[in-house]
Design a protein around this ligand. Sequence first.
Ligand code: IFM
Length: 441
Amino acid sequence: MLTRFDFPVGFVFGAATAAYQIEGSAFGGCGPCHWDSFASTPGNVVRAEDGSRACDHYHRWEEDLDLLKAANLDGYRFSTSWARVMPDGVNVNPEGLDFYDRLVDGMLARGLKPFQTLYHWEMPSALADLGGWTNRDTCHRFADFSEAITRRLGDRVSAIATINEPWCVAWLSHFMGVHAPGLRDIRATARAMHHILLAHGLALERLRCMGQPNLGIVLNFDHATPATDSPEDQAASDLWDAIFNRWFIEGITRRTYPANVLKGLGPHMPENWQDDMALIGQPLDWLGVNYYTRHLHAHAPGTPWPSLRDVPGELPRTQMGWEIYPEGLHHFLIRLARDHVGDLPIYVTENGMANADVVEDGQVNDDVRESFLFTHLAATKQAIADGANVRGFFYWSLLDNYEWAEGYEKRFGLVHVDFDTLARTPKSSYHALARALARND
Ligand code: IFM
């Protein structure tokens, strides 16, 4: 079994969460966001559940930080909700700033490094009304938000990520309609695919001008596998790879977008998008990598671009139905270092699995998660040995929480949450991780 001593000195072991998924948006003067309205629309979210109470972390944050500490973790990846800090998307809510101030101080008091994410999907409804990420102006409002929250917390956080998972923000939400705002529109998609990176660039520029160090972005990656070795399926898989895994990192590191994606999105891109690429391609201090699974694709003749279809694979699956494929994590860590970021620090900012966990006699046995976690840690260790500059690993998630369109049904936590009583019960994977991370002192 791996322990912290199998990793380089200073390697950060952490757990991750996000504001809307745990805090409870009904509390503390938080404004409405597009997830509230998306969830209230029948058919979008399992049982139409929303994040209004979630894990009530807004009131129970001290207990939750204690859980991180008792697991011997070094860091905590959290996000600061735009709708909590600026309920109308523009004006600051002092209560929101005070909450995050207490939270960061609480981390430092426990010796936890705060890794902050600025956008983990709470688009204030007032800005969603104006078109959200399809509207270029939203990018400037995001830079204003980034400045306001950083003026308050910037002196104490270890790292800041601008955006979490641009692919989900843009493609999953505007092309596939699975996440808020639930659009299925190629023109909206093209705009969101570009504007989310423009927002990143504007925020980065603003925070750099303030002298803020250690700025990055968190991208998600999905291993692309062709369903067969036919040239058509290979091309379908390459296209998926370009949409999911190359668009954002190439925008940032090469200041251009993959040609096979522009073939579909090109006619719908914002005018003069090329003029934004220098801003988007500013150097990063670190890259965050979220990795969960792989997908097999085949060519789908006779369907509109991108003309591909999902083909089920044969590996064991998680409660989300996602195949378990740790080799994919090793693949991306090596590939990103080799093709894109060189020696830049990389953090695995999310990796984890959902499982139908139950409490029995006050305990939760989730051996399957323990095995998932340690095989992905082994893949990370191997990537370091193979030359990738990986500096940390954050498990998703500390707590069972609001899994977006899946409501509260899918449990990703190291800690079980009873959504009736809100009781927290550390699972066996939590205890295994705490043992692996124990220090000698
Ligand atoms: O819960 C999400 C998280 O908000 C973003 N990354 C993937 C997780 C699991 O789906």
